[in-house]
Structure formats: structure tokens, C-alpha cells
Design a protein around this ligand. Structure first.
Ligand SMILES: N[C@@H](CCC(=O)N[C@@H](CS)C(=O)NCC(=O)O)C(=O)O
Length: 210
């Protein structure tokens, strides 16, 4: 088993934090996206989609969606459980997980990909057709990412963790999104005291450094 990873990229980081929470170590190999290593023939032979993370299993098959990889490890190593136990808890975690991805990470990524010079003809990740940056999408991404931070601030004013009273995979996606947001200039300290305190609590967990 081997995980193709990039230290600075948000989606592989979700998997690394998840593995650290579970106490699982597996071999990893770095792929430098900014240098285009994910689009070079050697990596496309591993994953024709050209994205990370990619988990290569012992039979040579791959999993290349970060949350699918996390679910695989959750099934292999059930404790500590990070996807929920009761039907209602599982559903709540899934609801927050999706909101953070679609309202948070998606919009931060739009702001990032449509403005960073290294991605001038690669506004969409992976091995698809060349995609030009659209500055209006960066602007809209920022607007919606700010609204997402306000929403999460209100949630964390009433809940110690994103999905309720304990740490789950939704917190992994949240802390990764908050750190990714800093790349586009959105820092939670400024108008979000609950988010700032939450970020400090998450940073105190050793897994967050993974
Ligand atoms: N939905 C996928 C997204 C994977 C993805 O977009 N990964 C980015 C890094 S965070 C990537 O590989 N980008 C390649 C590129 O920029 O060309 C997941 O959650 O794993």
C-alpha cells in the first residue's frame, strides 16, 4: 500500500490527519503539483486523473478521493471512530462534511485556482483539458468563502466541534479548509472569535501537524 501525497495540498492533508488520528502509518511519496509532477507520464501511469491523494492498494488498484480513502481506513481500523456511530450522528457528520466541502473548500479552491500564477492554464485540477483562470470566479469564491466563515463562526458559537460534542472527520475537513483559506488572505482571527478559538484547539491536536 502507498499513498501519493503533497504536503501543502489540502486534500492529501485530510488523509494524513485522518491516518494520524487512527495511529496508522503507511509509505508515502510526494508529488509536486506546482511543478506539474502530477501531470507527468510517471504519475499518470499511477492515476490517469492526475490528482492527489491517490492510495495504491497491494493488488495495484487505486482509490483517489480523499474521503473515500478515509472511509476505507475507518472500516479497516474502526477506532477511534471518526464517521459516527448512531444513524443520526452519522447523518449529522455527513451533512457538515458536505457543507464544509461545498460551501468552504470549493469556494476557497475557486479563489486560489483562479488567481495563483502557477495555475494560469490549470484552473481546474488534474489531467483534464487546459482551463483558463477566470478572475470573476476568484472574486465570487472569496465572497462565498467569507460567508462560509461567518456561517461556521455561528455554528461554533454553539458547538465545541463542527458536528457536535466530539471530534470527527468533519473537523478534519474544517481545519484543512481554514488553513487553506489563509492562502487566499482569509484569516479567521479578524472577526471570528469562536473560529479562532476552535482553530487554536484543533492546532493543539498532534494530528493537525501531519
Ligand atoms: N475530490 C478530490 C480532489 C482531489 C484534488 O483536487 N486534489 C488536488 C490537490 S488538493 C490536486 O490533485 N490537484 C492537481 C492539480 O492541481 O493539477 C479529493 O477529495 O481527493
Amino acid at each position: 500500500m502507498k499513498l501519493y501525497d503533497m504536503t501543502l495540498a489540502p486534500n492529501p492533508r485530510r488523509v494524513r490527519i485522518f491516518l494520524a488520528e487512527k495511529g496508522i502509518t503507511i509509505p508515502m511519496e510526494q508529488v509536486d503539483i506546482e511543478k506539474g509532477e502530477n501531470l507527468a507520464p510517471a504519475y499518470l501511469a499511477v492515476n490517469p486523473r492526475g490528482v492527489v491523494p491517490t492510495l495504491v492498494l497491494d493488488d495495484g488498484s487505486i482509490l483517489d478521493e480523499s474521503i473515500a480513502i478515509c472511509r476505507y481506513f475507518e472500516a479497516l481500523v474502526p477506532e477511534p471512530d471518526l464517521f459516527g456511530r448512531s444513524p443520526l450522528e452519522i447523518a449529522r457528520i455527513e451533512a457538515w462534511q458536505r457543507r464544509i466541502e461545498f460551501e468552504g473548500m470549493f469556494n476557497v479552491a475557486a479563489a486560489f485556482r483562479n488567481s495563483r500564477p502557477a495555475f494560469a492554464a490549470r484552473a481546474a485540477p488534474g489531467a483534464g483539458p487546459p482551463t483558463a483562470q477566470i478572475p470573476a470566479l476568484a472574486e465570487r469564491g472569496l465572497l462565498l468563502a467569507r460567508a462560509f466563515l461567518d456561517m461556521l463562526e455561528a455554528r461554533l458559537a454553539n458547538s465545541p466541534f463542527v458536528a457536535g460534542d466530539r471530534y470527527t472527520v468533519a473537523d478534519i475537513t474544517a481545519i484543512v479548509t481554514l488553513d487553506f483559506a489563509r492562502w487566499v488572505g482569509l484569516r479567521v482571527e479578524e472577526a471570528h472569535p469562536h473560529l479562532a478559538a476552535y482553530r487554536a484547539r484543533m492546532k493543539a491536536r498532534p494530528s493537525t501537524a501531519a
